[in-house]
Ligand binder design. Structure first.
Ligand SMILES: Cc1cc2nc3c(=O)[nH]c(=O)nc-3n(C[C@H](O)[C@H](O)[C@H](O)COP(=O)(O)OP(=O)(O)OC[C@H]3O[C@@H](n4cnc5c(N)ncnc54)[C@H](O)[C@@H]3O)c2cc1C
Length: 283
């Protein structure tokens, strides 16, 4: 028998978007994946000294938000849960044209799994207040679960559309989203407020303008801790995370690739040998 879902009070949202749209883009600050190192003792990712970047799909989400804002008016707020260094990513978003930037950063958030991360982000969204649209990347290139957007939408009680390759205003209170699947494109009309997670084909993120860069340098980024948002501290961090990382490792490379050269006939013969398992390694 399924347990009854808890009844939630309906959140208050901006119900009309006739003139402007208030958008929140979620941004994760991720290690550059070409440079992943694992602590051999603790099995944890070594983040110190590793170059970090804005999760690439989140740059697409920010660009999509900017384009909608330019069409309809309104605001774009960028929201990130991460370490203090993530301010650099938020400043880049301001330089691109975002209006506000919020960093959720507190030791209490440490160890958050995807459930706890979406709890924390939902608490921050409730504190931001009125919004029409939340944009996320389709997944983070480090954690790779794609669970956070769905968790966030669920916690806010709003619909989610995934794999968006275009987002256009439909009527005054909805969006038309084109989403890509393995077999086809789908056109979906979604009532606002909603959450849309985007793929990289949606756009090419702009480079910041010089004016934007200058603005971003002195921009007062808001830093919120657990006590600043509407959240039970037990629902974030290690306490709020029902999953844990038991082991982290970089897969061992078993063999190097083999470059085939020669005539088409000899290459074909060698390929047949490899596929049929006659000789995996010629040397
Ligand atoms: C037990 C446990 C402990 C962990 N401890 C840590 C830790 O100490 N430090 C750590 O960095 N990670 C930690 N992680 C990983 C962490 O849970 C995930 O990085 C995080 O929940 C996001 O999941 P994901 O990377 O799969 O994001 P996805 O769900 O793949 O992300 C999809 C989209 O959601 C949004 N999003 C995701 N995360 C954020 C964020 N933080 N801020 C804003 N938007 C976001 C972005 O738009 C992103 O494109 C831990 C995980 C577990 C299970």
């Amino acid at each position: 028998m399924r347990a009854a879902l808890p009844v939630r009070a309906a959140p208050v949202y901006n119900q009309t978007v006739e003139e402007e749209m208030n958008i929140i883009a979620c941004m994760k600050w991720v290690p550059d994946t070409h440079d992943v190192k694992v602590d051999p003792v603790t099995n944890a990712l070594i983040r110190e000294g590793v170059e970090h970047i804005i999760n690439p799909f989140d740059e697409n989400a920010i660009e999509a938000g900017l384009q909608l804002k330019e069409k309809l008016g309104g605001t774009l707020t960028v929201l990130c849960m991460g370490p203090g260094q993530a301010e650099a990513g938020l400043r880049h978003a301001i330089a691109m044209g975002a209006d506000d930037a919020i960093l959720l950063s507190d030791a209490a958030f440490r160890g958050s799994d995807t459930l706890a991360t979406s709890n924390a982000l939902a608490g921050a969204v409730k504190k931001i207040g009125q919004f029409d649209l939340i944009l996320c990347g389709k997944q983070a290139i480090d954690g790779d679960t794609a669970q956070v957007p769905a968790g966030l939408a669920e916690r806010l009680g709003i619909p989610q559309v995934t794999f968006a390759i275009s987002v256009e205003p439909a009527d005054k209170n909805s969006l038309q989203v084109k989403r890509v699947s393995d077999e086809a494109y789908e056109l979906i009309e979604v009532k606002l407020p909603a959450l849309v997670s985007v793929v990289k084909q949606i756009n090419d993120p702009r480079l910041p303008s010089m004016k934007g860069v200058l603005k971003s340098k002195k921009f007062p980024i808001k830093v919120w801790g657990v006590s600043d948002i509407e959240i039970d501290p037990k629902t974030v961090g290690f306490d709020g995370s029902p999953t844990w990382v038991s082991r982290t490792f970089v897969p061992a490379r078993h063999s190097r690739g083999e470059t085939l050269s020669g005539t088409a006939g000899s290459i074909a013969e060698r390929l047949v040998d490899i596929i049929s398992g006659v000789s995996i390694n010629p040397s």
